[in-house]
Design a binder for this molecule. Structure first.
Ligand SMILES: Nc1ncnc2c1ncn2[C@@H]1O[C@H](COP(=O)(O)OP(=O)(O)OP(=O)(O)O)[C@@H](O)[C@H]1O
Ligand SMILES: [Mg+2]
Length: 273
């Protein structure tokens, strides 16, 4: 099956600061991929490259079969940015109508889709309220509703559950699983470990580099730890050791004892399929 997103050898610089260094990743249909890393590690930068709001410094990015920035495929993508892009003086329903029209949805389609997504994010009774009166969590949920409106086959969600209470979080995860079961591919950034455990595949990122990828179970087994949090710390240590060895000249990232190489081995080779 064709990958939804393929990123190879991507680097990103902001001025003189290199914030992404040799990123390789693949997003598959029917799979929830988590991007896990501390604040400032580069998660939003990867997301922004995929949705085309910034451009890469080097490498290749293919989104839904087209080179990024993706033209002509935006209607097949849903995006929830880390900071809400909502119109505060419009109601929730008016926001959904506006963004739905941008996705090319007809009035008839919107009449069905808007109540569906408002129900999904538990804002069914708030559609007529002005967004300025919403709490932070309500704005988050409306932003997610916008991303889900046109049932895209690729969903990119930047910290979708931050600011939500545990009940809403569980409900949203149920809807993520339902979407993946129907064949959509999801990329979800998070720093919440128990949320990361719910992903089919995790990509651990530290300081602009992928330090490990695999299923949460594989990563825990590979790191020889009891929890995902400990596994993350272990991979960070391995990365620091590997970098210390390499600091006289750059060696391939997948060589030797790099965690990525181990994971790749237990997954049966270089691919993610
Ligand atoms: N537009 C920009 N100009 C300059 N530097 C930037 C820009 N956007 C991001 N950065 C820098 O890139 C690095 C990665 O930022 P990014 O927002 O991708 O991190 P993140 O992993 O999403 O963090 P968080 O968990 O806090 O959202 C940071 O050092 C940040 O300061
Ligand atoms: Mg971010």
């Amino acid at each position: 099956m064709q990958a939804l997103v393929e990123i190879q050898g991507v680097r990103k610089r902001f001025g003189r600061q290199e914030v992404l260094r040799h990123i390789d990743l693949t997003l598959e249909p029917g799979c929830i991929t988590g991007l896990l890393g501390p604040s400032g590690s580069g998660k939003t930068t990867i997301v922004n490259l995929i949705v085309g709001s910034i451009t890469k410094t080097a490498g290749t990015i293919t989104v839904l079969g087209k080179p990024a920035p993706p033209q002509g495929v935006r209607k097949e993508m849903g995006f929830m940015p880390q900071s809400e892009a909502l119109y505060n003086d419009l109601t929730a329903g008016e926001n959904l109508n506006f963004f739905g029209a941008l996705y090319g949805m007809s009035k008839k389609q919107l009449a069905v889709a808007i109540p569906r997504v408002l129900g999904l994010v538990r804002l069914g009774d708030e559609g007529k309220k002005v967004v300025a009166s919403f709490s932070g969590g309500m704005k988050r949920r409306l932003s997610l509703a916008i991303a889900l409106l046109h049932q895209p086959r690729l969903l990119v969600l930047d910290e979708p559950t931050i600011g939500l209470d545990p009940l809403h979080r569980v409900e949203l995860w149920k809807s993520f699983y339902a979407l993946a079961r129907e064949g959509s591919g999801l990329l979800i950034t998070t720093h919440v470990m128990d949320e990361a455990l719910g992903c089919d595949k995790l990509i651990m990122i530290h300081d602009g580099r992928i330090i490990a990828q695999g299923s949460p179970e594989e990563l825990i087994v590979q790191a020889g730890t009891e929890t995902l949090e400990e596994a993350f710390l272990r991979f960070e240590e391995l990365e620091a050791e590997s970098e210390a060895e390499d600091n006289t000249g750059e060696k391939p990232k997948h060589g030797r004892g790099s965690p990525l190489a181990h994971i790749s081995r237990i997954r049966g080779g270089g691919g993610d399929a």
